[in-house]
Design a protein around this ligand. Structure first.
Ligand code: NAP
Length: 337
């Protein structure tokens, strides 16, 4: 059994734990929260045997776990991952794993110095059947003429922002904003399916504190453009599309990927949808579990290298997009030397 420690006690951690328990290969052992009552209330939903910590140093030094799942506000991911790697714990960190390439470089350096540690960015949809199927379909296209990918969902936390507060996800202090939160899915799609773009530009709608509430990104490739639309202050019901010569791949939602259709441009359409899991985190958990059970095998090493390579590229594209729009985080200045 893999022993799990968690940081962050919001609904996403519950969904992750549901997925790991579904595999029957994991045990929740250790909970970190800033407050003890919250840690206990969270753990009680799953187990009566967990240990609790309110100090991060003690959590990593004394916690009886091998893998930590980090689902804290974005700006904390780097320091918490760093502490985990130094303590010899495997890391599954929510997307976006790092706020900028400076942080990513430091993580890579630490991983080189701590070769036994596995590190995964939890880019959920990358592991789903529909994502992998789309990647294969796009690879087989004779001609690609670009794509338009959309993920825009009104955030319940926008109410709080409008009321004058600054929730973490709308804060440059916590590396928030639409691009980091939802745009990251679209950047993963673009980089996985089309490669690293030659040039990128982001056109955000900035809110009163300078953070992007929504925005459109243009990724320029040699022969075509990919347009990304992300947002947390409005809802979009647009489908997303990838353009071949006559054929078009249509997905109901570029990040949730529940229905995929191929239109051949001659009046025919084919439903390509693959089975969708009840828990959207199950596919990534299954992938990470098989690597963690046999981390030294060649297959596992190759998988980790491939996932890390794309995480590095996505991190770079997100940063370049932000820089094109003068969008800065507190985390950026921390790393300036
Ligand atoms: N993969 C997905 O589908 C998915 C979906 C949603 C979110 N996410 C990712 O999950 C991460 C967490 O998102 P979220 O919306 O749950 O964030 P959040 O509510 O702002 O914070 C998550 C947890 O971090 C702790 N926390 C909150 N504010 C903090 C602060 N100021 N300082 C230290 N700790 C703090 C809290 O735990 P305690 O109070 O117990 O300390 C909280 O439960 C993000 O990186 C997000 O991108 C992924």
């Amino acid at each position: 059994m893999l022993k799990l420690g968690i940081i962050g006690t919001n609904w996403i951690t519950e969904q992750f734990i549901d997925a790991v328990l579904e595999t029957k290969e994991w045990q929740l052992t250790s909970i970190y929260s800033r407050t003890l009552p919250k840690a206990k209330a969270f753990a009680e939903k799953f187990t009566d045997k967990a240990e609790y910590f309110t100090e991060l140093d003690k959590f990593f030094a004394e916690g009886n776990f091998e893998v930590v799942y980090i689902a804290s506000p974005n700006s904390l991911h780097f320091e918490q991952s760093r502490a985990a790697i130094l303590a010899g714990k495997h890391v599954i960190v929510e997307k976006p794993a790092c706020s900028n390439p400076q942080e990513m470089r430091q993580i890579i350096k630490l991983l080189r110095q701590n070769r036994g540690v596995c590190y995964f960015e939890a880019a959920r949809h990358l592991h789903e059947r529909n994502f992998k199927m789309l990647k294969q379909q796009i690879k087989e296209m004779d001609v690609i003429q670009g794509a338009s990918l959309t993920y825009m969902k009104y955030s319940s936390r926008y109410e709080s922002f409008l009321a004058g507060n600054e929730p973490n996800i709308f804060s440059p202090h916590f590396s928030g904003g639409a691009l980091q939160d939802l745009g990251v899915y679209l950047v993963y799609n673009a980089v996985s399916w089309f490669g690293v773009p030659d040039e990128v530009n982001y056109y955000p709608t900035k809110l009163r504190n300078g953070i992007d509430g929504k925005g459109t990104a243009v990724l320029r490739y040699t022969d075509y453009q990919v347009v990304l639309t992300c947002g947390k202050t409005a809802n979009s019901y647009l489908t997303s599309e990838v353009y071949g010569l006559k054929e078009t791949l249509i997905m109901d939602n570029a990040a949730e990927l529940k229905k995929i259709t191929l239109l051949d441009g001659q009046g025919n359409q084919r439903d390509l949808t693959q089975e969708v899991d009840r828990n959207p985190m199950l596919s990534e958990v299954q992938d990470f579990t098989s690597v963690l059970k046999d981390p030294t095998s060649l297959d596992s090493k190759q998988q980790m290298d491939d996932w890390l390579a794309i995480a590095i590229q996505v991190n770079r594209v997100l940063y370049d997009l932000r820089m094109s729009a003068d969008l800065y985080f507190d985390a950026d200045s921390k790393h300036l030397v």
